[in-house]
Design a protein around this ligand. Structure first.
Ligand SMILES: NC(=O)c1ccc[n+]([C@@H]2O[C@H](COP(=O)([O-])OP(=O)(O)OC[C@H]3O[C@@H](n4cnc5c(N)ncnc54)[C@H](O)[C@@H]3O)[C@@H](O)[C@H]2O)c1
Length: 376
């Protein structure tokens, strides 16, 4: 495979995937297709933007004619699809945009890829459509052990000091889809379309469902970067409900490495769950973040604990997500490389060291700069 479109490459996870592919595979042409919504920021890719095997295209995945043209012009062999509206709170306020981008955008990519690949003599041979999805499509698990019990499973991402499971069950690849938020409903819809294109037309598709990612370049509306920035500026930390909701956390570069392995070695038409067996209650992860920021800024322990402010819970807030990623470990040998404590330390350090990136994002300057550049 030589010519690969990565959609959403200017976003959080997409930028890590683009960087990994551009650096690791100089023989591939990587085309980053991104609309540069509020979540897209080309500053995330400054270090690779001049590489000869990298091309940026500003465009919308819902634009059928554009995708058709890109498929032909670049003789595209593979699509790694990450572009999406990704923030649950925004989906509650504006579900239409989520249906448009996540469902219609995915369908548009599928249909354009189908047309192009079916027009070639080799048809689908050597082609791949890889769709990145979320564990949220599986719905919510029970929180049966509110205090947490020793988790039955581990990976290198599992926290050493805090190795808890908050319930007996985990999401498997076979777990029935039960999305609750407009975001997860739209992701579920797109996952179904991807699988339908395999079952109906024989398109070589793969779907993966990953847990919460954290790490550098995440838009500061999401919990960890938002809170690091707020703690730094001593602003309140709004915690939903009692902060008891549980999520599994994975360092973003480990997700990107999983995407690399699965894109190259994953079984066509299969699904893989990606996670770290690293469950945390929101309130506990917030305490770890406060402690780490305070330590790195030289503030006394406990100095910022009173920034925690409990706010009305999110509507339809899923209680617990916990993913079982043993299939990926077993079949493709992927394992996370970074333990949670190391990952959090690296992440907090990155945001504290990259205040300019953060200031450009929070002020909106990043958008003016790049939008103007591409509108000229
Ligand atoms: N962040 C997580 O924890 C997580 C976990 C599991 C799965 N995912 C999935 O991974 C993917 C990437 O998530 P993220 O957190 O990096 O998202 P993000 O919001 O940081 O980035 C999304 C990117 O997509 C682009 N985009 C949005 N609409 C577009 C459109 N119509 N056309 C072209 N580009 C468009 C944006 O400009 C942005 O660069 C999403 O599909 C998401 O559902 C995310």
């Amino acid at each position: 495979m030589k010519n690969i479109i990565i959609t959403g490459g200017a976003g959080f996870i997409g930028s890590h995937v683009v960087r990994l592919f551009v650096n690791k595979y100089p023989e591939y042409n990587i085309i980053n297709l991104d609309k540069l919504t509020y979540a897209g920021n080309l500053a995330n890719l400054k270090d690779i933007e001049d590489k000869p095997n990298y091309t940026f295209v500003k465009g919308d995945i819902c634009d059928f004619e554009l995708i058709r043209r890109l498929m032909r012009e670049h003789s595209v062999d593979g699509i790694i699809h990450l572009a999406a509206e990704s923030h649950v709170d925004r989906s509650i306020k504006d579900p239409f945009t989520f249906a448009q981008t996540n469902v219609m955008g995915t369908l548009t990519l599928l249909q354009a890829a189908k047309e192009y690949w079916e027009s070639l003599p080799e048809k689908y041979e050597g082609k791949r459509f890889y769709h990145i999805s979320t564990d949220e499509v599986y719905g919510a698990l029970q929180l049966t052990n509110p205090e947490g019990i020793e988790s039955p499973f581990t990976t290198k991402a599992s926290s050493s000091e805090h190795h808890h499971a908050y319930g007996e069950d985990f999401f498997l690849e076979t777990t029935k889809y039960t999305p609750h938020s407009p975001y997860s409903a739209s992701k579920a819809g797109s996952d179904h379309f991807v699988r339908a294109f395999h079952d109906t037309y024989g398109m070589p598709t793969i779907v993966t469902n990953c847990s919460n990612n954290y790490g550098p370049y995440q838009f500061p509306e999401k919990l960890i970067p938002l809170f690091i920035n707020n703690i730094r500026h001593r602003k309140p930390l709004p915690v939903y409900g009692e902060g008891l909701n549980v999520r599994d956390w994975l360092y973003v570069e480990d997700h990107a490495r999983a995407i690399d392995v699965i894109f190259h070695k994953g079984k066509i038409a299969d699904t893989y769950n990606i996670g770290g067996f690293n469950e945390w209650k929101n309130i506990d992860i917030i305490r770890v973040v406060i402690k780490t920021v305070d330590r790195l800024l030289g503030r006394p322990e406990g100095a910022d604990d009173d920034l925690i402010t409990y706010v009305t819970d999110r509507m339809g807030h899923d209680m617990r997500y916990a993913i079982d990623s043993r299939k990926l470990q077993r079949e493709l040998g992927w394992e996370p490389s970074l333990q949670f404590e190391e990952g959090i330390e690296k992440t907090v350090r990155w945001y504290l060291d990259n205040q300019e990136w953060m200031d450009n994002v929070t002020s909106g300057d990043y958008q003016k700069y790049y939008q103007d550049m591409y509108n000229r």
